[in-house]
Design a protein around this ligand. Structure first.
Ligand code: PAF
Length: 273
């Protein structure tokens, strides 16, 4: 595995490359969820590139960028064992200068849900993903459905900016008891972890209701609120897959998204219906 930190060096290295590139952008603290993306990308591309970059511009003032979990050595090992060809591991100064052009997330879909409680967060995400795509020029880029709003906005950016990368959407990986895998799970105490299971069970409640023919989103959200009532709820929303409000679930074109706080940890999850 080759490790490169300089964007121009990586661009130069890839210049003569005519291979099919699979790219998985990450912020490190790698877990099984990331590994499933690496596996899929490994199988379907000639060259597998992973980036590890804790992107400062997607953290708001007051959010503790320095506390983001870092596991550099373990992450390198995981990448190497997963058959990664190139690990792109830049520093902030390799990616940003002090006077930057940045992308703006769309004013509606970029400022609801996660974007409502973290205004500007998605500007940072889109800006860095755009930079990474420009450096790597991947054929396929892999993103998890757990961060459904991020995935939607990145797909929108690719479409609206006529980019040629193919976005591959990957299912959320879960522990056997249903908890969605997340780098933030390490912050949970044992008791908090038990509390956190209410998130996936609330989504199962929604799934059960829809299966039994209850499609009214108000009724579904109410039942989910009851299930999550011991937690601080940021949002529970039923939206169409292009992130527009829905009064009734449309099978095959709906998503229910949840974000709660367990202890001091924000956790998100969703179900595509
Ligand atoms: O989901 C993440 O890990 C990050 O938001 C991403 C896509 C790597 C951009 O920094």
């Amino acid at each position: 595995m080759k490790i490169i930190s300089n964007p121009l060096e990586l661009k130069k290295y890839l210049k003569s490359n005519s291979k099919i590139i699979g790219f998985v952008p990450t912020m490190g603290a790698l877990h099984e969820g990331h590994i499933s993306l690496f596996k899929e990308a490994r199988q379907n591309n000639e060259l597998l590139i992973v980036s590890i970059f804790v992107n400062p511009t997607q953290f708001l003032h007051g959010e503790d960028l320095d506390k983001y979990p870092k596991k550099e050595e373990a992450d390198k090992k995981i990448c190497s064992l997963s058959g990664v060809d190139i690990l792109f591991f830049p520093h902030a100064q390799d990616i940003y200068t002090d006077d930057e052009i940045s992308l703006q997330a769309p004013s509606q879909r970029g400022y609801i849900l996660e974007g409502y409680s973290r205004p500007g967060h998605f500007n940072g995400v889109l800006t860095v993903v755009n930079k990474l795509f420009n450096i790597i020029n991947p054929t396929n880029a892999y993103f998890g459905k757990k961060d459904a709003q991020q995935l939607h906005l990145i797909s929108l950016m690719v479409k609206q900016l006529f980019m040629s990368v193919n976005i591959v959407e990957m299912d959320t990986m879960r522990e056997s008891d249903g908890l969605a895998l997340s780098s933030r799970n390490i912050y949970l105490s044992q008791d908090q972890r038990v509390e956190a299971l209410k998130i996936s069970s609330s989504l199962q409640v929604a799934f059960g209701m829809v299966n039994s023919g209850i499609l009214d989103t108000k009724k579904i959200v109410k039942k989910m609120r009851e299930k999550l009532n011991s937690l601080e709820i940021f949002y529970i929303e039923a939206l169409s897959r292009d992130f527009k409000p829905l009064t009734s679930i449309i099978i095959g074109n709906s998503i229910i998204l949840v974000e709660v706080k367990v202890g001091t940890t924000r956790l998100l999850d969703n179900i595509y219906l």
